[in-house]
Design a protein around this ligand. Structure first.
Ligand code: GDP
Ligand code: IMO
Ligand code: MG
Length: 421
């Protein structure tokens, strides 16, 4: 029986997961998404083209590999159909290469309204969600009100109507305007009809049979471990388990079938939305990270907050996921920096700790180690032998602090700008 290798983000999302899934897909027979939904924006670049995937796994561009949307994912039919059409236009046969779990939950137009209503009600305690209805959809799943993809095959209209009416009552109680709901609903029901051309599967069977046949599976995480509903900086998190354990529940694979866990991190840190970020920079260096790294959200276009690499947080998420290999992304963004700082501890009331605390707040101050920058263009590097000593030192220091090897370094957004070590 083959194992499932898992690739997931170790920070606050946008680490570069899409790029690396695309690079690794040739080695696998199937690529599967296990959680999240269109809050994700995974960017891929090759042959001078750029694609942003939200719900469709990033293995879709490589040969005839099967891509799967697992039961742990929440699916917005409108956004999904839009995404599938965009990709089909570029010559890829999505209908043949993608299957959807019957147990994946559906995002309704009213879930998006509830997302907005919840945010409005939170006032200055807003999470800064992507507005895609993620929280309310997972809430309905857990409170046993959800609609699933498999429901489309059985008496769907009645189930939809019941769910919608319940949501409208909630929205009315919150005094939140439902606006053009009729229009949203019309587009949504049309998208449901179009969704029927896709194959709905009992994906837990499909994936386990695939493994039993000796075929390999790569599971693609969305968001990052610091946004995990249990372990992230709660309540400034998303509503799913983004850590490796979420792959077991989100695909129906047993823990013992997990093989490699590829943990992906940026050589610095970014965060979109609200919540604590100890190494955040508010100065010129932060602006440079944002500008050189093009740090604007691929879903919302929001400016991403930027700061130095945080090894306290990284050590924590490596532990939570049982990471076997680290992949370091976007070190090229710091190519011109004279100095690079890395957070090695948090100081509070005169004591320094390397442990990620229960409630990360402003009272924790980062303790930095300063390293010399490599100050050369790394974007054309093709092998590790091209690396200047300063970049080697940066890598070695992270490996020493974290205790897991960095097996891949990414030096640009293109598929080709990927160096295996
Ligand atoms: P994901 O959500 O984890 O897939 O990441 P995003 O696609 O949201 O954000 C990563 C951004 O960085 C995208 O615009 C990528 O094209 C880009 N990117 C990925 N790897 C690298 C890299 O090594 N260097 C640079 N400069 N950009 C990269
Ligand atoms: P990828 O897969 C970065 C953030 C939002 C917000 C919080 C909750 O591209 O890495 P939600 O809409 O999920 O209820 O928002 O989580 N967030 C992300 N940040 N990358 C993502 O996905 C994210 N998905 C959600 O900004 O702070
Ligand atoms: Mg992203």
């Amino acid at each position: 029986m083959k194992k499932v290798d898992v690739l997931l983000g170790l920070q606050w999302g946008d680490e570069g997961k899409g790029k690396i899934v695309d690079v690794l897909t040739p080695k696998y027979d199937m690529v599967a998404r296990f959680q999240g939904g269109p809050n994700a924006g995974h960017t891929l670049e090759f042959d001078g083209e750029k694609y942003v995937l939200r719900s469709i796994p990033s293995g879709i561009f490589q040969g005839d590999k099967l891509n799967l949307i697992g039961n742990g994912v929440v699916l917005d039919p409108v956004l999904f159909i839009q995404e599938a059409k965009d990709l089909s236009r570029s010559g890829h046969n999505i209908v043949e290469r993608l299957q959807i779990s019957r147990k994946a939950h559906l995002i309704l137009p009213t879930h998006r309204l509830l997302d907005a209503a919840n945010e409005a009600a939170k006032g200055d305690k807003k999470v800064g969600t992507t507005g895609k209805g993620i929280g309310p959809t997972y809430t309905d799943k857990v409170s046993r009100y959800g609609l699933r993809v498999g429901d489309i095959e059985h008496n769907f209209e009645a189930k939809y109507k019941e769910a919608k009416e319940r949501h409208v009552k909630l929205l009315n109680a919150m005094n939140f305007p439902i606006g053009n709901l009729d229009e949203l609903e019309k587009a949504w029901l049309e998208a449901i009809e179009e969704l029927r051309q896709f194959t709905f599967v009992d994906s837990e069977w499909l994936i386990n049979e695939t493994l039993a046949e000796g075929k390999s599976v790569l599971a693609e995480g969305a968001q990052g471990s610091l946004l995990d509903i249990d372990f992230g900086s709660y309540p400034f998190v998303t509503s799913s388990n983004t850590v490796c354990a979420g792959c077991c529940t989100g695909l129906g694979v047993a823990p013992r079938t997990i093989g490699e866990v590829f943990g992906i991190f940026k050589a610095y840190c970014t965060r979109v939305g609200a919540g604590p970020f100890p190494t955040e920079l508010f100065d010129e260096t932060g602006d440079k990270l944002c500008e050189f790294g093009h740090e604007f959200g691929s879903v919302t276009g929001r400016k991403r907050r930027c700061g130095w690499l945080d090894l306290v947080a990284l050590r924590y998420t490596v532990m939570l996921n049982g990471v076997t290999k680290l992949f370091m992304m976007k070190s090229d963004v710091m190519d011109t920096f004279e100095e690079i700082k890395v957070c090695v501890g948090y100081e509070k009331d005169g004591a320094v700790s390397k442990n990620f605390p229960y409630e990360l707040n402003e009272s924790y101050k980062p303790v930095y180690k300063t390293m010399k920058g490599w100050q050369c263009d790394s974007t054309k590097f093709t092998s590790e032998s091209d690396f200047p000593q300063e970049l080697k030192d940066y890598i070695a220091f992270i490996e020493q602090e974290i205790g897991v090897p960095i097996a891949l370094v990414s030096v640009g957004p293109d598929r080709e700008q990927t160096i295996l070590r």
